[in-house]
Every structure is written in structure tokens, then in C-alpha cells.
Write a protein that binds this ligand. Structure first.
Ligand code: PLP
Length: 482
């Protein structure tokens, strides 16, 4: 169902589910929240869940399961080898993607580890529409480099372009011409490009990438972790797909690819991952590494209960009434924030609502991590946990200088079926207040900085006493209210 129209004329997203199990939340007072974020080194990844009101860090592994997923977990077949649970998982994936071979892995990055170990070598170049943190780290670890070939529109904050995740085909052709196809073991296309605002790719674009790959005998590897929302956008935004079912679109996408991998923490609404492979030759290259790093070929490091839940979750992704729920809540949130003048990524994408920190706190230089500072400020004034997706999420260059991110985003993820509309309204209200008081926010600086994936464990501190000023203003405006 599309947004429902109220008698007042207002349009709101409507939850097409009821809540059957709940978890109690705490909204800690602001005096405590400042202590918690200090203890966490101003890194929202290091906060404790008990100290968070709304956890909008990610939609990874925290989507609410359906009754049918829970029910399926009861019939999981617990055996080390030959579990029936695996065969159900395998056959669901075979029917959705039409690929014969399926390897289980414990999560998305585990798939990336295996694929990179097998195909990437010293000097390899991996073209991508856009990188994801873990995909890039695995390519780099194996001696390769990543070339980002996103269309120019993809990096524009405000846009009405429907498929900002598309790959620039001319850039791809030029890269192959310049570097030679021998250096390029595969092209990686990511659905619902995570780091640039959950922006979708179109089927038309993927078909063009496929054509170039075929002409040059290069594998096409598809990261389907965020495929769910992307399918919805293809259906409503791409003319040639208007009359196709979600299932048909899924199959058409898979038809373009040689290998599809996914994090089932997102696609499938449970916890795990998998690799689907068209050819036996490539399957054989990878399967040995599954047993080495993940587990036997019929569980791949996952609990069989989770595998059952993924199988049902994948089928539910095909449900035309469920698949639009995430995007509709995100759209509502983005539009309401826009009404308050707040810079957000447009058009609204999947995954969550993305604030543009470069504009929100335009006075903070990128070297002082505007998105990280904004994420910390949001937690302090609301108890909401968001995620920095900017320069902190990049890696320093070998000479120690910063890689300034193309975009400085704060992601407010909307895990599926988890938050109600009144909670979403609370988010909108507190962020609108913060925007009015944005000049009080200043930057952060590292106090401890790991070399790899520093955004997970890095610790920072404010460059001045700006958090105190922020708290003072909050108390003036809200009094005793939390
Ligand atoms: C989350 C994600 C991954 C990694 O998956 P994990 O299960 O977290 O390891 C890979 N690619 C994309 C696009 C993702 O969003």
C-alpha cells in the first residue's frame, strides 16, 4: 500500500503489521547521555545498547522478524552436515536468482573475504559503482585497488534523479581500455549503494554493465545486501519494470550477474549471508575457503535457526505489500525534515534517512569530522544513535594524510518494522531543534586511531567545550523534559 491519506489531507505511512513482542526502552536524561558518549570516545559504535533510546545505527541484523520467520526457526534441522535447513535455503535462492550453486557464509563481509581471496591479486583493479567499507577493505587486503565509477549525479546531495546508484558506463569502458581487462577480475555492482544514501541502481544500467563485462570477458559480481529497497525503487521508478512483479525484477537482475552475494542481516531480515554462483568452475574455486573460514558447506558459520529465518525472510522480500514499508517511512522522515529546512539526501533512498553534515554543520572543516560530530550531538540531545558515514569511515592514505570523504553523511537507519510513527516524529522534532542550534556544534579529533576500519573502534574528543554549551541550551529550551 502507498502512503495512506488522512481526512485532514495529510499523508502518512501506515504500518502493515501489528506488534507481538516488545522490548522496553529507556530514555536516559541528558546529564547521563553526555557521560555515556564520553565513555564511548564520541563514537556511536561504542555506545552500550542500554543507554540508547532509538537505535538508528543500522538496519543490519536488527530488523523485526515476522511470526512466520519465528515459526520456521522451530523446525530447523540441526546437523553438522546435510541439514535439511540448508537445502531449503539453497532451493529458495536457486528459485529467486536462477543460479545453480549456493554457498553459505556467516555474513556479508565473509562472502567478500572469500570472493576477494579467490579473484583479487596484487595489482588487481576492481571497478565498483561505489565502495562499501568492508568490500573495499577485503579488496585492499588482497593487494587490489578499488575504482569508483558512480555517475556524477550520485554524489549530488539534492537531486531528483531516480537512480543515483548507477555506474557510469563510459568511465567503465575507459578504465578497461586504459588498464586492460587482465587486471580486472570482476566488476562489483552494489544494490542500494550504502554509503551514498541507500540510492538504487536501475535494471537498465545493470544490463549495460553486463554488456561491457561480457564484451571484455569480465565477471559481474553483484552485492545484493540492500536489494530489497532497490527492488521497490525499480518497480516504482523504472518505466520498463512498472508491470513486472518484484519476483520478476529479481530474476531479471540475477540474469545479468555471474555471482551474487548478500548479507542476510539486511536481505532476509535475519543474520547470515550467502554467495550464489552461476558456473561450477567459480563455485569450485570458492567452496574450499568456505569450509576453511566459515564452516561446513551446509551451514557456513550460521545457526540453522537463522538459516530458516533467512529463507522465509527472502520469500517475504518478494511480498509487494511488505517491500515498500521501509522506503515509505524513510520518505516520510526525509520530507518532514526537508520542511524544517534540514539538508537531507534526495530523492529519499533505502536503508534510512541521510543528513548532509557538510551543509548541516558547514562551519566544521572536514578534517574535524563534521558527520562524526553531528552524530555525537544527535545522541547527546536525543538518545538517538545514528552512524557517521563520512571521513571517519575512510582510511588514511599510506603517507598518513586523510582521505576526505566525498560526502559527509549521518545515517539514521530505519530498521524494518521496529519503530512506530510517534517515535519517528520524536526523531524529526529533536533533529529540527538541533538544526536551529547547529552553530553550537563543533568538531572532533582522534585520541586513539586504529589503522583498519577505524570508524568501529576509534576514540575521539571534542575540539573545544562545545558539548557543554549544547547541553545548556537544551536545558533552557526543554527544561526538565528529557
Ligand atoms: C552490510 C553490508 C555488507 C556487509 O555485510 P555484513 O553482514 O555486515 O558483513 C556488504 N555490502 C553492503 C552493501 C552492505 O550494506
Amino acid at each position: 500500500m502507498d502512503h495512506i491519506k488522512l481526512f485532514s489531507g495529510e499523508k502518512i505511512p501506515l504500518e502493515m503489521h501489528k506488534v507481538m513482542i516488545v522490548q522496553k526502552l529507556a530514555l536516559q536524561p541528558i546529564e547521563k547521555r553526555i557521560d555515556f558518549i564520553k565513555d564511548a570516545g564520541f563514537n556511536t559504535f561504542l555506545l552500550r545498547n542500554r543507554d540508547i533510546f532509538m537505535d538508528m545505527l543500522t538496519d543490519s541484523g536488527v530488523n523485526a522478524m515476522s511470526d512466520k520467520q519465528q515459526a520456521a526457526m522451530f523446525i530447523a534441522d540441526d546437523s553438522y552436515a546435510g541439514s535439511e535447513t540448508f537445502y531449503r535455503f539453497e532451493s529458495k535462492l536457486q528459485s529467486l536468482f536462477g543460479m545453480k550453486y549456493v554457498l553459505p557464509a556467516h555474513q556479508g563481509r565473509a562472502c567478500e573475504n572469500i570472493i576477494s581471496q579467490v579473484f583479487v591479486e596484487e595489482g588487481s583493479i576492481i571497478p565498483m559503482n561505489y565502495h562499501f567499507t568492508t568490500s573495499k577493505a577485503h579488496v585492499t587486503l588482497n593487494g587490489g585497488t578499488v575504482e569508483e565509477l558512480i555517475i556524477d549525479e550520485g554524489l549530488k546531495v539534492s537531486s531528483s534523479f531516480p537512480f543515483k546508484g548507477n555506474m557510469d558506463i563510459e568511465k567503465l569502458k575507459k578504465l578497461i581500455e586504459r588498464e586492460g581487462r587482465e587486471k580486472i577480475p570482476f566488476v562489483r555492482v552494489e544494490a542500494g549503494t550504502n554509503l551514498i544514501g541507500g540510492q538504487p541502481i536501475s535494471l537498465g544500467n545493470l544490463r549495460e554493465v553486463q554488456k561491457v563485462c561480457q564484451e571484455n570477458d569480465i565477471l559481474l559480481v553483484f552485492d545484493a545486501s540492500l536489494l530489497g529497497d532497490n527492488l521497490h525503487f525499480i518497480k516504482i521508478r523504472e518505466e520498463q519494470c512498472k508491470n513486472m512483479s518484484i519476483r520478476e525484477i529479481t530474476k531479471k537482475i540475477a540474469d545479468c550477474c555471474d555471482i551474487i552475494y548478500f548479507s542476510a542481516r539486511k536481505l532476509g531480515c535475519a543474520r547470515g549471508g550467502g554467495i550464489c554462483i552461476r558456473d561450477k568452475e567459480n563455485y569450485d574455486k570458492m567452496k574450499g575457503l568456505i569450509t576453511l573460514y566459515e564452516g561446513f558447506l551446509t551451514y557456513g558459520g550460521m545457526s540453522v535457526r537463522e538459516i530458516e529465518a533467512i529463507t522465509v525472510g527472502l520469500e517475504e522480500t518478494m511480498d509487494e505489500e511488505i517491500i515498500n514499508q521501509g522506503p515509505q517511512f524513510i520518505e516520510y522522515m526525509c520530507h518532514e525534515l526537508q520542511k524544517a529546512g534540514i539538508p537531507v539526501i534526495t530523492p529519499p533512498g533505502g536503508l534510512g534517512c541521510h543528513l548532509d553534515a557538510k551543509q548541516f554543520v558547514s562551519h566544521i572543516p572536514q578534517e574535524q569530522y563534521p558527520a562524526g560530530a553531528l552524530a555525537a550531538a544527535i545522541y547527546i540531545i536525543s538518545g538517538i544513535r545514528s552512524m557517521e558515514r563520512g571521513t571517519i569511515s575512510e582510511q588514511r592514505k599510506p603517507d598518513g594524510t586523510e582521505t576526505l570523504a566525498n560526502m559527509e553523511l549521518v545515517r539514521l537507519a530505519l530498521p524494518r518494522r521496529v519503530f512506530t510513527l510517534s517515535q519517528v516524529k520524536y526523531v524529526i522534532d529533536r533533529i529540527s531543534w538541533l538544526y536551529q542550534n547547529r552553530n553550537l556544534i563543533e568538531g572532533l579529533t582522534f585520541t586513539s586511531e586504529p589503522e583498519v576500519l577505524r570508524f568501529f573502534f576509534g576514540r575521539l574528543k571534542p575540539v573545544s567545550n562545545w558539548t557543554e554549551k549544547l547541553i545548556k541550551k537544551f536545558k533552557q529550551d526543554f527544561g526538565d523534559s528529557l
